[in-house]
Design a protein around this ligand. Structure first.
Ligand code: HEM
Length: 126
């Protein structure tokens, strides 16, 4: 598969990952039973696996690894933060307030990662 095709798959999985995370947060705030549906529990894992697998394959193809380039290290750190905040928002947050604050912060982190991807610079100056 070409680098360009893989990058499109990466970006599509990024978009779906975000949309699903946003929806799950809205369902969390509405105390909706949709959150308990089987597909809602499984699909995020499938999408995030595609996201990570495409990321790993892309860095292998350009042979720039996190640790070597600051923007990739920042993306990894950002991704970890996004995962932790996402888990607090949808699972482990002790109160509704903590869950909502985690959900909003996760989205800010997510958009920061997108900007780092576009500028290839953690300071966002392209
Ligand atoms: C939530 C996590 C992530 C988001 C939101 C994200 C977002 C994006 C976006 C929007 C692009 C397209 C940039 C462009 O068109 O110029 C991209 C490309 C890319 N991403 Fe990610 N990404 C994420 C995770 C990762 C991770 C963990 C890695 C690997 C460490 C990674 C490696 C790459 C690479 C190598 C490219 C292609 C760069 C290029 O050739 O322009 N991404 N990412």
């Amino acid at each position: 598969m070409s680098y360009a095709a893989l990058k499109i798959i990466h970006v599509i999985s990024v978009i779906f990952s975000y949309l699903l995370f946003m929806l799950r947060g809205i369902w969390m705030m509405q105390n909706s039973s949709i959150l308990q549906r089987r597909w809602v529990k499984i699909l995020p894992h499938v999408i995030d696996t595609v996201l990570l697998a495409s990321a790993v394959t892309l860095v292998t193809m350009i042979q720039q690894y996190p640790g070597m380039s600051a923007w990739l290290s920042t993306k990894i750190g950002g991704l970890l933060l996004y995962i932790i905040l996402g888990m607090m928002a949808l699972r482990f947050g002790k109160s509704r307030k903590i869950k909502i604050i985690s959900w909003i912060t996760a989205q800010i982190v997510f958009f920061y990662i997108v900007l780092v991807a576009l500028t290839k610079n953690p300071t966002l100056i392209s």
